[in-house]
Design a protein around this ligand. Sequence first.
Ligand code: ADP
Ligand code: MG
Length: 399
Amino acid sequence: MPEPLMLPPGAPSARDAARAVTLGVLGGGQLGRMFVHAAQTLGFRTVVLDPDPASPAGLVAHRHLCAAYDDVQALDELAAACDAVTTEFENVPAQSLHRLAGVLPVAPSGDAVAVCQHRAREKAHFARSGVRCVPWALLESGADLAGIDASLLPGILKTATLGYDGKGQVRVEQPQDLGAAWAALGRVPCVLERRVALQREISVVLARDRAGRCVHLPLQQNLHRDGILAVTEVPAPDLPGAVAAQALEAAEAVAAALDYVGVLCVEFFLLEDGTLCANEMAPRPHNSGHHSIDACDLSQFDLQVRVLAGLPLVSPRLHSPALMLNLLGDLWFAAGDHTPRTPCWDRVAGLPGAHLHLYGKAEPRRGRKMGHLTITGASVAQARAVAAEAASLLGIAPF
Ligand code: ADP
Ligand code: MG
């Protein structure tokens, strides 16, 4: 990989003196959109590669290359237009990242992304890093099915690749149900995890630069509903210091063992017995870090831009307690009604400390992430009270 950039924003590109420094992103979803916003604030030009002509990031970038992630011509165009490239989506083919890395700096690397793309590789990496995860087994064939250890049940069968927001998962209660569960997932490679009793879920979002220096957001506490993140709260209420320290140390070990460069999120389960297990990781900014835009003095997207551009990493400081509510497409529909309506943004926007983010997606669908709402407050109690009011106005279940 060529040398890091270390360029002042707005300067001419080191690769093309005729244009300003340009950062590229593979993937045009909301994470790419917020990356583009952060990059533009510093004066960078941006290019998004995404096959969707109406992608949220493509709509706001200086340039949108509308093509598949493995389109060689589009990748070469992206490489020619940019000074460095990142990804907002872990399912871009690792080969695409490798191709780009032959020409310009790419962070995170294709190898790191390949580990995060596959649940079994990810868990093996946790183990290599000395980080515990819940008991699990790989299920790739009928023979594996017969040999599954019954102590993993009741469990959750998860496709090894391409799962997100609880999709690609089936609960399995008894050994005799396993075959049908695997068939329901298309008999693709899966992992079976023991279902554990959760005291709570937390996540660490960190950024690591090319020299191995690490900074992180304050730890988040996350509430999931139906496998989808619903609410994030910072600071994580009454999180024991020892648990926070253990989660941070584990996340940094996971990043270091990958020689990771970029923003990484590691999700953790805090079990009822007080012990910590890693759940999964994402090689990019994460939904649980969105509060950092409004509640911290540097956001996870600012960190992603800084790593990519070779600018210094500074520890983000939480300046306000905050709750982040995900705005799913469900809010656009009354119960039992299929005609979309507009949620009451006017009332929500009138709440103190309300920061509304909508991703510009034209079509609301149930379970689709359409935006998020961060409530910042002068105190935890105030942020919680206003967030509860916002949830009630929008029809989000109490938390
Ligand atoms: P996704 O990639 O869809 O986010 P996760 O593996 O993170 O998939 O699962 C989504 C949510 O489902 C988790 O945040 C947690 O609430 C619940 N969950 C997943 N695995 C387990 C498990 N082994 N035991 C208990 N709950 C789990
Ligand atoms: Mg998850």
